[in-house]
Write a protein that binds this ligand. Structure first.
Ligand SMILES: Nc1ncnc2c1ncn2[C@@H]1O[C@H](COP(=O)(O)OP(=O)(O)O)[C@@H](O)[C@H]1O
Ligand SMILES: [Mg+2]
Length: 254
């Protein structure tokens, strides 16, 4: 699997003031596939994503993305390399419209030049190109009608979809999604996963997804890692994972 891996995590550990959150985790995610990460609350899943995306520093181990070490790179540089993430709790600018939020996400990804503000004649064509791209991303998710509204006026489900548009703006090679269907209606959860499938199919995007709704996740993923008590306890195809005693015990044991 090594040669085909886009993301490799090797012996990664992390403690918070003496409390272990991630303990010697090694995993590999295959390019162009959809991989899942499951496990009871507090097992270390979000911390692992935070380390990979550069928002949390690890204590030890290695992380390779697309063949290069990304250890200790700041999160915006990891994003520029093509590894995007969405958060469990959406991070949006509530004073801006949906369209401006989507464009801002992209500018954050390419890095904004303060000097550009001084030469609007150079910047404006790029700006309208960007707006067109933002509308296209929102359109793919069928939320284009919302683009002039502030995020306070859209529903929780629409906000989830907006998070997706933000993550996809920079055409990432890989996207980490932390509980993309948390708090949304079952139909929308299905729509979100159909969208993930479409992105993988049409653009070859790799996905790594933390998800509590196993019945939805298992219909879409190629491979699942299970964490319990800070470690990987099982991995395999969904059909293997549902029958794995260690996984069943982890969920029942809490
Ligand atoms: N910033 C933090 N400070 C202290 N402890 C934390 C922090 N983030 C997570 N933890 C702890 O690390 C463990 C793993 O948490 P987390 O990665 O959020 O688990 P999961 O996403 O699987 O629910 C938990 O015991 C949690 O309380
Ligand atoms: Mg979490």
């Amino acid at each position: 699997m090594k040669g085909e891996a886009i993301l490799e995590v090797e012996h990664v550990s992390k403690s918070f003031v003496g409390l272990k959150a991630v303990d010697d985790v090694s995993i590999a995610v295959k390019r162009g596939h959809i991989f899942g990460l499951i496990g009871p609350n507090g097992s270390g899943k979000s911390t692992l994503f935070n380390i990979v995306s550069g928002t949390e520093k690890k204590d030890g181990g290695r992380v390779l993305f697309d063949g290069s070490p990304i250890d200790d790179l700041p999160s915006h540089e990891i994003l520029q390399l093509g590894l995007a993430r969405s958060f469990q709790i959406p991070r949006l600018f509530f004073g801006m419209t949906v369209l401006d939020n989507t464009m801002t996400a992209f500018k954050g990804q390419i890095g904004e030049h303060p000097i550009a503000a001084l030469t609007p004649e150079k910047w404006e064509p790029q700006e309208s190109e960007l707006a067109a791209k933002a509308r296209r991303e929102l359109g793919l998710l069928e939320i284009q009608d919302l683009y002039l509204k502030p995020p306070t006026e859209i529903s929780g489900g629409q906000m989830k979809l907006l998070q997706f548009a933000l993550a996809f703006m920079g055409d990432p090679k890989m996207v980490l999604l932390d509980e993309p269907t948390a708090g949304v209606a079952p139909r929308l959860a299905q729509d979100i996963f159909n969208e993930i499938d479409a992105h993988r199919r049409e653009r070859g995007t790799t996905f790594f997804i933390i998800e509590h709704r196993l019945e939805v996740l298992f219909r879409h993923v190629d491979h699942v890692f299970t964490m319990d008590q800070r470690r990987i306890i099982a991995e395999g195809k969904p059909g293997e994972i549902v029958n794995d005693k260690k996984v069943i015990d982890a969920y029942l044991g809490g």
